[in-house]
Structure formats: structure tokens, C-alpha cells
Write a protein that binds this ligand. Sequence first.
Ligand code: KG4
Ligand code: ZN
Length: 364
Amino acid sequence: MTKTLTILGIESSCDDTAAAVVRQVDGVPTVLSSIVFGQTELHADFGGVVPEIAARAHVEKLDTCVEQALKQANVALSDLDGVAVTAGPGLIGGVVSGVMLAKGICAATGLPLIGVNHLAGHALTPRLTDQVPFPFLMLLVSGGHCQFLLVKDHDDFTRIGGTIDDAPGEAFDKTARILGLSQPGGPNVQKAAENGDPKRFKLPRPLLNQDGCDMSFSGLKTAMIRARDAVIVENGGLTVQDQADLCAGFQTAVADILTEKSRRALEQYFALNPAKRTFAVAGGVAANTQIRTQLLALCAKLDTEFVAPPLALCTDNAAMIAYAGLARFQAGEHDDMTLSARPRWPLDQTAAPMLGSGKKGAKA
Ligand code: KG4
Ligand code: ZN
């Protein structure tokens, strides 16, 4: 007999209000709808996400977002098997808004409530998109996250390294800002770098000579400011070529750090003797062409499949929350009305907490 599970997902932990419906039929999941309302313009004047503004915008948009997700999926509340919601980590006001809405729906319908860790959502996305078997290695790399995870089951994650300060996306955004390029910085730095010479500026690759998979990007940010200032002192300003060379140097430094640390993370992953070797990436920075190309080349050398889910499912969305909730529900787990919002919630409870908090709020 066909086994079907249909789950509504709700996400509001940072600056995207999102709702989605995922249906799994005989073990194969499909995204029936995925609606994301971004808040970029609301925070544009502030140089980062303002938690109070974010929370208010989530409250205003969440109901409409859920309505649209159900409508687009052509699903009624009575067709659902459960409601999954991000219960952390993230900006507390936003997380509370989502959890309260999910509780309201569950109280009214009697549907099971399933609390989901936002990072588990990202980490399980390769199973939603490509049905990647456990165990696989995951690199989450965005404006708010940067960590390597060994994903052994839907609730079994081992963090084997991460940033000790900023996330690479923050460094891309800062680089754009100091060079007068517009936000979000990543795509604009990438575009400028296309015409640049990556060797003109000598930029550091922090922690590269240290063992392990931890990374650091704040020193690179500072080095960029120094390099820019030196050019301005010497030539009285920045030319388009200077901008391009600085962007190319920066992007190559980030790509080199991520590639070398990925090589070491893969070594640890291979020690698990996976039947099929898979390295997956997620997060906005994983959209970067140079980074993707270098990681793909590394995987090709090491006989490992490289999986990069479509960008809309790599960045914050609710389909990943619905799917992570579905995996919990399938394993017989769900929550009750005592579910609470958690600003900090490391996926790997045994790993030492990382330093730094990032512009997008608390890192797990
Ligand atoms: O995953 P995401 O949408 O949001 C979170 O941070 O949670 O990632 C956004 C980050 C931004 O910092 C943006 O500048 C960066 O991803 N990004 C890129 C590229 N596209 C987006 N960074 C480098 N290259 C890109 N092509
Ligand atoms: Zn995220």
C-alpha cells in the first residue's frame, strides 16, 4: 500500500518568512510549494538584520505565507499529517512568532506539532533534493553559518569544524561594502572578480596551517581594508581594476580556505567507511562559482559525489523545515504544546560552542 505523508513547514528564524508543503510518497519526497517573503529592504539602511524589525515583519506576513503555501500546493489543513516549525536557533522574536502560529494551527486542528532545528533543515536538504544516503559530509556556508557536519541520521550530526569568528557570507558582504559595491555582497564581489587578478594582493589564509577543520574569516576582512587603504594612499582612489583585483584576491582566499578545510573534513568522513561517498553544500555562499568549481574538482579527485541542491533550497526556506519535520515524524517523534523557542540550539550537543555571533544573530 502507498505510504503518504504531507507536512506543512514554517520558517521565521532570521530575515525570511517562509512556508512550504512537502509530501513524501513511498519514501520519495516532493516539494509541493515553497513560499519565501524576504525582508532585505526593511534592513537595508542598518547594515545587518534588526531583530525587532524582523520579528514584526514575520508576525505581519506569516499567516499570508502559510495560506499561499497551502493554496499553491492545493492542500487543505485536513490533508496534512503534521506541522513542522523552526524552534531555533535564531533571532528569538522571529522564532517565537513561527512557533506560536504552528501551535495555533495544531490547537485548532489537532495536528501533531513538530519542532525542527533550523540547521537540521539545512543539513537534511540533500536528502530532500537528491535522496543522498547516510552518512554524508555537509558544508553549511552562508551569511550566518559555516560548519562541517557528519550527517549520520536525521537526528545524528557531528560537527567536525566551523568558523571561530565570522561566516564567509558576512566577509563577502563586508568586502562589497568597503569597495563601494552593493548588497548582497556575494554576487557582486563574484561579478567584479571575473575581471580581476587574484595574485596582485597578498591576502592571508587564516588557520590554514593549523590542524583540523576550524576556519577564520575576520582577519581576511581586516586585511582587505588595509589593502584597499594602501591603494587609496598610493593612487588617491580606487579604479575599477583595483576593485576587480581586490575582489578576485578575496574570493580566491575564501575558496582556498574552504577547499583545504573540506579536504581535511573529507578525510575524517572517509574514516566512517561510507558505502557511497557524498559531499553536500548548502547556504548562499555555496552559490559562488569559484568555490563550487574548486570543491567539485576536489571531489572528483577523491572519488566523491558532490551535491549542491538548487539555490532556492540552499538558502533559508521552509521546504527544508517541512522535510526535517517529516523525517522526525516518520521516526515516531513529535512535540506538544510545551515546545519552546530556542535562540541557541547546537545540532551537535557534544561539540564545544563556537565563538562569535555573526551579523545575522546567534550561531549554533
Ligand atoms: O543562505 P543565505 O541566503 O542566508 C543566510 O545567511 O542564512 O546566504 C546569504 C549569504 C550572503 O552573505 C551573500 O552575500 C552570500 O550568501 N552569497 C554569496 C553568493 N551569493 C550569495 N557569496 C558568494 N558568492 C555568491 N555568488
Ligand atoms: Zn539558514
